[in-house]
Structures are given as structure tokens and as C-alpha cells.
Design a protein. Structure first.
Lengths: 596, 326
């Protein structure tokens, strides 16, 4: 099968060269400035939110290219360490029942893994092409690294090649590679050691007594920049619990002025506990960055970011057009929406709760009226097209991956249809793929919610998962009814508690948040005495429920009792709404509504 | 490793006597196809494995098999949710029942991919050098019975991705990952593996048209592969013989040797025969890692329909051990 170049295909950042990375990278550090600053950081966001790309861009080869400077002029020196499940978290390690030994082994494997990655990176970037610092590098290798390794139990480690600084770093990487593989060998011996677990007799290295001083000495080399060294640990969720506790203990050390740990997680970080008692805390031990929080609350910024990313990718692929041109909307539909907009301006449509300006009413009502005119049955509702760049961005719900993955499929489908490289994606294909994605979210993707990754270990998992499914169905259906009603605010995507949140209801929402079906924000509570949590249904479900993805303003205040009814009997609740109307059941008084 | 296809009606007379017969109860009908067809008096002992994680769905088959083999049956508990328990029980039972055996017959049809690989590893460690293992495999005449190609599904969700016990491989932090996926219908599991492992290179193997049970399965496979390719860079595809382990082994080993600068991870999710091939490759080459994506749940009611024929081939235990010593 011939290879196809798809501008929206997932690019593994660690595999990108510096030139491509800097070409594709959209500067998000104005949004997440703490990541660049010295100090430990945790960058949290679902897969595909751009964490790995951010880390890759921080590496020296990209920084030198982007800033057009030499390495020694950089503010920091960063090395990307991608944590792979199958390279650190071997099934065999589950046999290690002794907690102390498990901790020591976890720290050793993490240390050697990181060290191998650091020196391998240094070997690959031609850091000293003229050999000016060969003597210093050789001295560093022997005194700072090999001497310490001998103390840790590996006296036989030697440099195999000292002809250049790169060769020395490569040699050091190989030493740590061998040390790491010896642990893998040990793991293999654990596989079927049923009666007498294999005994580990290899070296043991730690962070504070080994890795950290080596990195500090590395920083002192004249070929390194003056600033701190950053270890960018990507996908730290892949670590075992024991390894995670070790890493947390590293974070809790006051070492960030020399070595800063930048850790990315996919919101499934196993624990914030340390090896000793206690936990790490933000901002005391580290700064925390939550990527989706920003992009779900500042959609203008997100839209701009996505446009930039898409247009860069198109340009790199030799497709010269704007994002809007490449993803055109359904023209007939947009003409229809515009027509209704004109009618609203002329007063033809009676709209309640008129906005301050006529243009506000057009934004608020034109598309919902268009969608309502299509409705009457679910079948008609499905004739609405979600094509168009801005609609696709809204549907992606603040997560770039949810734009790029469907876009990649659309590109492939368009190419399959026309047998040539597309210069735009037809609205038909856009709509088909985005609807398929939305349908999958409620079917096969929903089954991905698995007990092993649920962070709330106390809940009755099966029951809660079923309640979540019902809740989504009820809310989605209610929002749809709201959209096609005559309410003042028809575009509703969120709910908040009108009474004190009850734990059995919250746990269902939280499960939904963990798996991307809801996002969390905060609003003033109904009484005006404080704030309460707002749960926003992901707009990736807009096509499934026939909702307007651009709408965001409306929300409902709901009682625990009504939410329980939604969780246990969504059909009954939706029947009530269908029979008595949205406003009657919900008891709407103003923009805010109550379930009664 | 000469593979032969035989009608189930001939199983009674064609499967020769053996010290031990090993089979696995399952929610699939074909878990009992071979066991009930062979001459049970030909086996001194029979090990009947079952997956406790799905006990309510496999109990009926388990009772049929235990009852059929009577006092010669040895019950073996496995558990997809507890790989260490599965490994320990496998090791213990095979050690007790097979260490002196000269001929073992294994019906590989309905083991999970993970436990089949663990069984192969255990056999390579425990069996005497003079023993032989005959593998049997009942083909499925249909998957996702009664569903059209677009609606076919075998499993949903991914509970966990983990390395297979005994096949850690020898990954190097200095190398990138080459993921070899032997995928069939399970595009969701394949996607989950790719997303979690983030390999630099991906090779997806699919069955050839001549081998697919029906043409529609081949088309479904190719559609799944195309969609995966559209989402990720550096994806190559290759054809693999799903019903001929020897040929499958050669294909996989060629791929490995062409990409020696990578950490090779194989995720076998196609037929059990191709999984056996992957297991043999990993035994021959210690640097190869095998991994497993445990599904959340299966299409218990309509997973497959058993065909009326089965495949069989033999290997010498010495050959398995010889590769270990390399």
C-alpha cells in the first residue's frame, strides 16, 4: 500500500527534527509561561493537547534554531525523556513485594533510564564540533560519572571512545544503557520465579546521591548554557506507583534552581505521595499547568491557536490556502443561516430576551432557528452539517488532538475519493467524519472507560459508568430540546448544582470529567453567596445530540434530585420535557433555569 | 513446522496418543470443537484452563470439558486481570503435569493471546529436550456472528496495556520503538496501543485475501488499516500468513532484521497461529518484546462460529530451548 502524506497525521514529537518542530510549533508559552521558567512544573492535559510538542520545542536544537543563537546563549538546557510503559513498567516488577526494595529498584531504573537519555541526546547534537572542550568533557566523564558509578556498584564501566565530546557522551550513554538493561535482565529472571524470587546483585543509583550531582557537574561544563537543566519527563502517568512516588520525592527536593523537573501527565497520574510520608503540593513544590482549562474558557484564543497550527501544517505540506478555505462550510446552510440573520435584524423573527445589539441576536438565534427549522424528528436533525473550520474547532472542545484526528481521517477519505492530494475537504466528508467521531464517543469510546484507570477507587464502577451514560443522554436530550425551543437562551451546554452537591451525583460527573465527557469550570452559585462547579458537556457530542457547538453561554441550575432522575431514568425525564416543554419542566425564569 | 489442515471429523483417528493434552474453556464454541472430537483415551492427562475473569461466560464450556475428560482432567485457573496469578498457575501445573512428558498436544484455539504466549514460554523452560509439542487450532468460519462487516466487533475498550510476562525484550533508552501490530478487526485495540506506546515506526500486518475467511473480512481489515494509516505518520503495512506459523515467523523476522536499530515490540492480535509465530520469534530473539492490550470486554454472545476443520503442526522442544540459549 503506498505511503500517503497527511498534513494532519499525528507526529510523534521526539521523532521530529528541529527544523520541522520549529516550523510546526505554535508558540503557546505566552499561555503557559511557567513551563519555560526555572522550577518544577506539572503540565496536565489529555493526550493530544500539545504537551509533547511543547517539550520537544524546549530542547536545545529547537531553541537554537528558533532564537538564532548558539547553545551557550540559551537560558536553559532541556532534555526530553519520554516515559514508555513498556520500557519502565514491566509486568515482572509486580512480583517485587518488598516495598523498600521496590522503591530502591524503581529509583535505580528511573535514574539509569534518564541518564541514558540525557547522554544519548548530548551525543546526538554535535555540541562541541571543534573539540574545544574535549578535555573538560573527558574529565567530567571520568570524575563526575564513572567514579560515582563505581561507588554505586559498577566499577568496571569505562569509556570506549574518547575521540570527541560526542563520542564521550555516546560512551556514557552506552554505560547507562547497559546498566538499564541489566535491570531488564533481572526482570526477566523474575518472570516465572515462583518459589524463590531472583536476587538482584547489580548496581544501585539514586537521584540525590548520583544523578543530581552528575547533572550539576554537567551544567558546569563550559559548553553548556548558564541556566538550569530541565528534565522533561513526558507521560509520567506510564510509571508504576512505586516509580511515581520516587519521582515525587525528586520533585520535593529543593533542586530546581540547578535541575528543574518538567513533568507532563494525562490526568492519570497515579499518586502525589512521596516515598516517605506526605505528598507533593502545588505551588509549594511545583507549579501546575492545566492545558484544557485555558482553552475551554478562552475559546477565542483556542480558535486562533488551531488556525495557526492548521495553516502551518498545510504550508509544510505544500498546500497553500487558509484553514477556512481548506475546511469550507456547507454554503447552502450558511446562506440559510445568514438569511435568518437578516430576518432577525428586520424583526421578522420574534426572539425573546433581545440582546443589546441586533448583532447579538443574530449570533444568539440565527443558527438555533435554522437548526430548529430542520428538526421535527431526529432524522431531520441529522441533515444539519457540522462542516466548516470554525465549527470543527468548536467541536474539538479545546483539545487540538480532537481537531487533528478527524481532520486526518477526512484528508484520507477525500484523497481516497478523488485519488489526488486534496486542496480542500468537501463539506460532505467533513460532516460524515465528525458525526462518526461523535457517534463513536457514545459507543466504542465509552467502553474505554475502564476500571483500572479510574482514579476514584472507591466507587461502584459499573453502576457509576451506567449512570454517566444515562446522565449524558438526559442532558444531551434536554439541551437539544432547549435549542429548538423559544427560550431566551437556547444554546445550553452546561449544568451547575442549585443545591449543595451530593457525593453520589458528583462522582458521576467526575468520572465524566476524567474521560473527557465533561469539562469543569466554576461560576457564581445560585444564591450569589459563593461559587459552584460548572460541568460543561463536551462539544464533541454536539453532532450526536444535534447541538450548536458554537454556543456556550447558557447553563442550567439543577437540583441533585433531578440529576439523579437523569442518571437512573433518562427516558422518563426526557419524556416529561417532550410532553410539557422545556420551560415548564425546567421552570425557567431567566437565563438560568431550574429542574423542578 | 509442516502445517496441515484436517477435518474435525477425522480428529478422532488422526491425533495420536500423547502424555498431556492442554485446552482452554471459553465463551467461544470452538473451545470444545477439538477436545470433544479427539480420542480422549489417547491422553494420560488433560489440563483444562479457564479464564476466571470471565467465569460466568466460560463456566458452561469448562464444565463440559472437565466432565468429558473426567478423572484425567486437571483444572487450571487463569485470570486476565491477574497476569502473575496466571503465570504462577501455568508454571505450577505444567511443572507438575508435563516435565516428564514426551509428547504434548495443545489446542490453542481459545486461549487469550497473552496466556498462549505465557504457555509457550513455560513449555520452553520446563519441557524436556526430547519432548515434542503439537499445536492444534480450530479456525473460525465467521467472526461477530450475524453482523455485517461494518458492524463486526470482537472486543471493546482497553483495560490495560502491559508487557507479556517472560517476554520483556531488551529495550534500550537509546533506541526508538518499532511496533509490529498483527491486527485483524481489532482496530480500537491497535489504536490504543499506538497511542500509548508512541512508536517511531509502526508496521501493521494483515492477512492476505486468499487467507481471509471471506472477502468482506479482508476488506474490513484493509479499511481499518487505512484509517489507522491516515492518523499516524511512519505506518507501513505488510501481509502476513495468519494460518501458517512458519511463514509468519519468516515475515516477522525479516521485519525485525530490517529494523535492528529499533526496540522491537510485537502486539499479536490476529489468529492464535500468528500469535504462536510471534512467540517463537521472541524466543529466538531475546531483544523482542511482546505486549498485550487487555480488552474491557468481549462480544461474548457472538464472538465466532467454529469451522469444521482445524490446523495442526508440531515443534520439537529442543528447538524452542535452542533459541533460548542463543
Amino acid at each position: 500500500m503506498p505511503r500517503e502524506i497527511n498534513p494532519f497525521a499525528v507526529k510523534t514529537p521526539e521523532g521530529l527534527d528541529a527544523a520541522e518542530t520549529t516550523q510546526l510549533f505554535v508558540d503557546v508559552f505566552t499561555d503557559f509561561f511557567k513551563v519555560r521558567e526555572p522550577g518544577h512544573s506539572m503540565v496536565n492535559g489529555p493526550r493530544g493537547s500539545g504537551k509533547s510538542m511543547m517539550f520537544r520545542y524546549l530542547e536545545p536544537d529547537c531553541q537554537c534554531l528558533a532564537n538564532k543563537c548558539e547553545l551557550q546563549q540559551l537560558d536553559f538546557f532541556a532534555v526530553l525523556v519520554s516515559i514508555k510503559n513498556t520500557e519502565l513498567n514491566f509486568t515482572e516488577f509486580r512480583r517485587v513485594s518488598d516495598e523498600y526494595f521496590n522503591t530502591v529498584l524503581s529509583e535505580h531504573i528511573l535514574t539509569t533510564y534518564v541518564a541514558a537519555k540525557v547522554f544519548n541526546y548530548l551525543a546526538g547534537i554535535e555540541i562541541d564540533p571543534k573539540g574545544e572542550f574535549l578535555g573538560e568533557v573527558a574529565t567530567f566523564a571520568k570524575t563526575a560519572v564513572l567514579t560515582r558509578l563505581a561507588i554505586c556498584g559498577l566499577p568496571e564501566a569505562v569509556l570506549t571512545d574518547e575521540t570527541s565530546s560526542s563520542a564521550i557522551f555516546k560512551s556514557l550513554a552506552s554505560v547507562f544503557d547497559i546498566a538499564y538493561r541489566s535491570i531488564v535482565q533481572y526482570a526477566r529472571r523474575l518472570s516465572f520465579s515462583v518459589d524463590a524470587p531472583a536476587v538482584y546483585q547489580g548496581p544501585l543509583c539514586g537521584y540525590l546521591d548520583f544523578l543530581y550531582p552528575i547533572l550539576c557537574d554537567l551544567r558546569q561544563l563550559p559548553l553548556m548554557p548558564d541556566g538550569p537543566l530541565y528534565l522533561l519527563l513526558d507521560d509520567a502517568d506510564m510509571l508504576s506507583e512505586s516509580q511515581t512516588r520516587v519521582l515525587n520525592s525528586w520533585i520535593s527536593t529543593r533542586t530546581s534552581h540547578e535541575v528543574s523537573l518538567k513533568i507532563s501527565t494525562q490526568l492519570r497520574y497515579k499518586t502525589y505521595g512521596k516515598v516517605s510520608s506526605g505528598t507533593i503540593e502545588s505551588p509549594h513544590d511545583y507549579s501546575e499547568v492545566n492545558i484544557t482549562d485555558l482553552y475551554t474558557t478562552n475559546r477565542g484564543k483556542y480558535l486562533a491557536r488551531v488556525r495557526e497550527i492548521v495553516e502551518k501544517r498545510l504550508t509544510c505540506s505544500g498546500i497553500n490556502c487558509s484553514a477556512d478555505e481548506f475546511f469550507p462550510a456547507n454554503k447552502a446552510q450558511e446562506d440559510g443561516v445568514q438569511q435568518i440573520g437578516e430576518e432577525i435584524r428586520s424583526g421578522k423573527h420574534e426572539v425573546s430576551g433581545r440582546g443589546y445589539r441586533a448583532s447579538d441576536d443574530v449570533v444568539r438565534y440565527a443558527r438555533p432557528i435554522y437548526m430548529a427549522n430542520l428538526s421535527g424528528s431526529r432524522k431531520s436533525a441529522s441533515s444539519y452539517s457540522y462542516a466548516g473550520f470554525e465549527q470543527l474547532v468548536h467541536v474539538s472542545s479545546g483539545l487540538i488532538r480532537y481537531f487533528l484526528e478527524p481532520a486526518a481521517l477526512m484528508f484520507s477519505e477525500q484523497q481516497a475519493e478523488t485519488s489526488k492530494v486534496p486542496n480542500q475537504i468537501s463539506p460532505k466528508i467533513q460532516n460524515r467524519e465528525i458525526r462518526r467521531m461523535s457517534d463513536n464517543l457514545m459507543s466504542s469510546e465509552f467502553e474505554k472507560i475502564d476500571e483500572a484507570t479510574v482514579s476514584q477507587s472507591e466507587i461502584d464502577f459499573s453502576a457509576t459508568k451506567e449512570k454517566l451514560r444515562n446522565l449524558i443522554a438526559a442532558l444531551g436530550g434536554a439541551f437539544r430540546r432547549k435549542l429548538v425551543s423559544n427560550a431566551a437562551e437556547r444554546r445550553v451546554f452546561s449544568v451547575a448544582f442549585s443545591d449543595a452537591p451530593q457525593s453520589d451525583v458528583v462522582e458521576v460527573f467526575e468520572l465524566g470529567v476524567q474521560f473527557g465527557y465533561f469539562q469543569k469550570s466554576a461560576i457564581g452559585n445560585k444564591d450569589g453567596t459563593g461559587r459552584t462547579t460548572l460541568y460543561i458537556l463536551t462539544r464533541r457530542l454536539a453532532p450526536y445530540f444535534g447541538l450548536d457547538p458554537s454556543g456556550f453561554a447558557g447553563y442550567l441550575f439543577v437540583t441533585n434530585e433531578r440529576l439523579r432522575e437523569a442518571m437512573h431514568n433518562p427516558s422518563k425525564l426526557l419524556r416529561k420535557i417532550k410532553e410539557r416543554g422545556v420551560d415548564e419542566v425546567l421552570g425557567e425564569e431567566r437565563q438560568l433555569s431550574l429542574f423542578e | 513446522m509442516n502445517i496441515v489442515s484436517t477435518s474435525l471429523s477425522e480428529a478422532h483417528g488422526s491425533i495420536e496418543a500423547a502424555d498431556v493434552f492442554i485446552c482452554s474453556a471459553s465463551f467461544e464454541d470452538r473451545s470444545t470443537s477439538i477436545p470433544l472430537a479427539v480420542a480422549k483415551e489417547n491422553f494420560e492427562r488433560t489440563i483444562v484452563a479457564h479464564n476466571q475473569a470471565y467465569s460466568e461466560h466460560v463456566e458452561s464450556s469448562r464444565q463440559v470439558l472437565l466432565s468429558h475428560f473426567g478423572s484425567n482432567a486437571v483444572d487450571l485457573e487463569l485470570n486476565s486481570n491477574a497476569p502473575l496469578l496466571s503465570a504462577d498457575n501455568l508454571f505450577r501445573v505444567v511443572s507438575e503435569q508435563c516435565q516428564q512428558a514426551q509428547r504434548i498436544v495443545i489446542d490453542a484455539s481459545t486461549f487469550t493471546h497473552e496466556t498462549l504466549l505465557m504457555l509457550i514460554k513455560v513449555c520452553s523452560v520446563l519441557l524436556s529436550e526430547t519432548a515434542t509439542i503439537e499445536f492444534l487450532y480450530t479456525r473460525a468460519s465467521e467472526y461477530s456472528v450475524g453482523d455485517n462487516a461494518n458492524d463486526a466487533w470482537l472486543s471493546k475498550g482497553v483495560r490495560e496495556i502491559r508487557t507479556v510476562l517472560g517476554f520483556t525484550g531488551s529495550p534500550s533508552p537509546m533506541q526508538s520503538t518499532h511496533l509490529i501490530l498483527l491486527a485483524g478487526f481489532e482496530s480500537f485495540r491497535a489504536l490504543s496501543l499506538i497511542r500509548e506506546l508512541e512508536p517511531k515506526m509502526i508496521s501493521i500486518g494483515h492477512g492476505s485475501k486468499e487467507e481471509s475467511a471471506t472477502e468482506s473480512h479482508h476488506d474490513t481489515n484493509l479499511t481499518s488499516v487505512r484509517r489507522i494509516r491516515s492518523m499516524f505518520e511512519a505506518v507501513d503495512t505488510f501481509e502476513i500468513a495468519c494460518y501458517c506459523p512458519e511463514s509468519a515467523m519468516k515475515t516477522i523476522e525479516t521485519l525485525i532484521s530490517e529494523n535492528e536499530s529499533y526496540n522491537t515490540v510485537i502486539a499479536p492480535m490476529n489468529t492464535k497461529l500468528s500469535t504462536i509465530a510471534a512467540g517463537f520469534c521472541a524466543l529466538r530473539n531475546e531483544s523482542v518484546q511482546l505486549c498485550y492490550a487487555q480488552p474491557e470486554y468481549y462480544n461474548f454472545e457472538r464472538y465466532s462460529a467454529a469451522a469444521a476443520d482445524f490446523f495442526r503442526f508440531s515443534v520439537d522442544s529442543a528447538a524452542l530451548k535452542a533459541t533460548l540459549l542463543r
